[in-house]
Design a protein around this ligand. Structure first.
Ligand SMILES: [Fe+2]
Length: 295
């Protein structure tokens, strides 16, 4: 792990913490990176996305000229910023991107992402195998909802700071290999994914922080020790008011998207258009890479 994540390295932590917090709150309108078209993803744009992600683990972009239902921008942009190894999850399309819209997939039961309901706070792939954790996400809006469908995001490194400042023992507890268990996924009596137990906080081989988390109260089993339980309650309390200055709210518009290092996020419920072709549609890529990994 990087030195500032070492609980014994307080000085390094304080220096990193101060720098990190100084990036917040930020005004999204000043950070929106405009890209003219897919063929014009310049090195300067790539560098800006990477430096925004270095600061806050997320970067926002807007394509000026992008046809609807065009996935090229996702593939191209992903590749340019170092997101290359796509996770082919259960409901992904043939090109391994996922079309997020109100639908029914084969092999899908009550997955909330494919409804118009509110999605609670989580990081992506918290139920993945330990060696297939998701480190990067690209979420691109092709068509927004007519109402709602707002995204809320919280840099997981900020949550780390909030927890460590409150009680460093909570960080220790959340790093334990049995901190959080996701029960098996059972469809029509058949187990399609076994239970997954793992830490909430872990580190990549480069020493960056990774987080597995879901705010679902049902079906998440937290380790029973007092520190894990208290940490889970502390996090849950953050979601109750959502008034933290570190929580970013934004409704992606057509052609806009966010690239991130799998930060915490949720979506509000939404109202869909009755018209075919005008229903909310977002493309999502989940990657085993962090932004900039291959730069
Ligand atoms: Fe997600």
């Amino acid at each position: 792990m990087k030195l500032h994540f070492d609980l014994d390295a307080d000085e390094a932590y304080q220096t990193w913490r101060e720098k990190k917090l100084s990036s917040y709150p930020f005004d999204l309108s000043t950070r929106m990176i405009t890209i003219d078209q897919v063929e014009k993803i310049t090195d300067k744009i790539v560098e800006k996305i990477q430096s925004d992600c270095l600061e806050t683990n997320m970067a926002f972009y807007r394509f000026n000229n992008i046809p609807k239902n065009d996935k090229r921008c996702v593939h191209e942009l992903g590749k340019r910023v170092g997101l290359r190894r796509l996770d082919n999850n259960l409901c992904a399309d043939d090109d391994h991107l996922t079309s997020l819209c109100v639908t029914k997939h084969k092999g899908q039961h009550d997955y909330i992402p494919y409804t118009n309901k509110r999605l609670s706070w989580h990081t992506d792939g918290y139920y993945n195998k330990p060696d297939e954790q998701i480190h990067g996400i690209l979420l691109h809006c092709s068509t927004p909802a007519i109402k709602g469908g707002e995204s809320l995001l919280l840099d997981h490194e900020i949550l780390y700071i909030l927890l460590r400042d409150e009680n460093p023992d909570w960080i220790k507890a959340l790093q334990k290999p049995d901190a959080m268990t996701i029960p098996p996924n059972i469809l029509d009596g058949k187990e399609i994914r076994p239970a997954r137990t793992g830490p909430v906080f872990s580190f990549t081989k480069e020493g960056d922080l990774h987080m597995r988390y879901s705010a679902r109260l049902k079906n998440i089993e937290w380790a029973e020790d007092a520190d894990t339980q208290a940490a889970a309650r502390f996090i849950q309390a953050l979601w109750e008011n959502e008034d933290s200055p570190y929580i970013l709210r934004y409704t992606l518009q057509a052609g806009e998207g966010v690239v991130c290092n799998n930060v915490l996020h949720r979506r509000t419920d939404f109202e869909d258009s009755e018209q075919v072709g005008k229903k909310r549609l977002l493309y999502r890529g989940r990657y085993f890479d962090r932004v900039g990994s291959y730069s």
